[in-house]
Design a protein around this ligand. Structure first.
Ligand code: IPM
Ligand code: MG
Length: 356
């Protein structure tokens, strides 16, 4: 089959890791008889430098015409002092909004060969950890009304958390569907003891749950969820939550795996379109030095094959190749430990390709 992929290398290590991922996809194409056509577009700091805008219209248009988007990373200290709507991060929010990417899947999977990187005690973690955070991505406080005004104490600023029944329903469905393919447990995280939007959230999730009688549902307040993730992470299978709570909890969950350089993500629209990117940032300090870990991006490409292209076998081939290379003891600097073999971005990319 033929697939059109828009690539957004972005800033910092973005180009390094996207380059290796394209090579991996090319190899998959060769082996399984697919054609991946890549069109590179600009977003983030590099787009600001070249066009004055973090997210040029041309980028949005090309992404919309593609079957999926592969993104490296955006941002860096160079652009940190620009106003809010001109910052590289604005490109991410713009892409999410423009492309309707309402469902963000962030798996926190502890790879067995990297077990020692988990900061929790061995008895808490056992020999594996596999949590999927399903974060709502185009609503809530990130997209609600905001502004400045004069209040009781003078100038003040506000951001609002708004959720519609429709928005909660569709993200809840993504969570339950995912749980059906996993361990059939959904934890919906909210702050329903305080927030009206959370009370609506909880009620809608309860409704959706009726369509999934095989899935066990529980509700948890976000503060408790933050604590439970450390206390007993194994109680979780799928966590479904709002945009901001998901932002925070997915970083926490990622740390349980000890290596943010390993974690992929998928941001899905209705239908099969999606944007795939590593969870980590642009690490400008090591950009262009053949030091970055491309595995999170390569695993994001596996998610692309699975969720946007329906190529489960090919997706698993990539995931297995990554596991094998880790089992052989190869490590990039971020996941290096004693007795392992330190390699660069290009070398680990090639080792993964060799295993395909
Ligand atoms: C993330 C990031 C973004 C977010 C930032 C960079 C806008 O933290 O994808 O989790 O808050 O969504
Ligand atoms: Mg975040």
């Amino acid at each position: 089959m033929n697939f059109n992929i828009a690539t957004i290398p972005g800033d910092g290590i973005g180009p390094d890791i996207v380059e290796q991922t394209i090579l991996v996809l090319d190899k998959i194409g060769e082996k399984y008889g697919h054609r991946f056509n890549f069109t590179e577009v600009l977003a983030g700091g590099v787009a600001i430098d070249k066009t004055g805008e973090p997210l040029p219209q041309e980028t949005i248009d090309i992404c919309k015409k593609s079957d999926a988007v592969l993104l490296g990373a955006v941002g860096g200290p160079k652009w940190d002092n620009l106003p809010g709507d001109k910052r590289p991060e604005k490109a991410l929010l713009g892409l999410r909004g423009e492309l309707g990417l309402f469902a963000n899947l962030r798996p926190a999977l502890l790879h067995k060969p990297l077990k020692d990187a988990c900061p929790l005690k061995a008895e808490i973690i056992g020999d594996s950890l596999d949590i999927l955070v399903v974060r709502e991505l185009t609503g809530g406080i990130y997209f609600g009304e905001r502004g400045r005004r004069t209040g009781k104490y003078g100038e003040e600023a506000y951001d609002t958390e708004t959720y519609s029944v429709k928005e909660v329903e569709r993200i809840a469905r993504v969570g339950f569907e995912a749980a059906m393919k996993r361990n059939k447990k959904v934890t919906s995280v909210d702050k329903a003891n305080i927030l009206e939007s959370s009370r609506l959230w909880r009620a809608v999730v309860e409704e959706v749950a009726k369509d999934y009688p095989q899935v066990e549902l529980n509700h948890m307040y976000v503060d408790n969820a933050a604590m439970q993730l450390i206390r007993n992470p194994k109680q979780f299978d799928v966590i479904v939550t709002s945009n901001m709570f998901g932002d925070i909890l997915s970083d926490e969950a990622s740390m349980l795996t000890g290596s943010i350089g390993m974690l992929p993500s998928a941001s899905l629209a209705e239908g099969s379109f999606g944007l795939y990117e590593p969870i980590h940032g642009s690490a400008p300090d090591i950009a262009g030095q053949n030091k970055a870990n491309p595995i999170a991006t390569i695993l994001s490409a596996a998610m692309m094959l699975r969720y946007s292209f329906g190529l489960e076998e090919e997706a698993q081939a990539i995931e297995n190749a990554v596991t094998k290379v880790l089992e052989q003891g190869y490590r990039t600097g971020d996941i290096m430990s004693e007795g392992m073999k330190l390699v660069g971005t290009k070398e680990i990319g090639q080792l993964i390709i060799n295993e395909l």
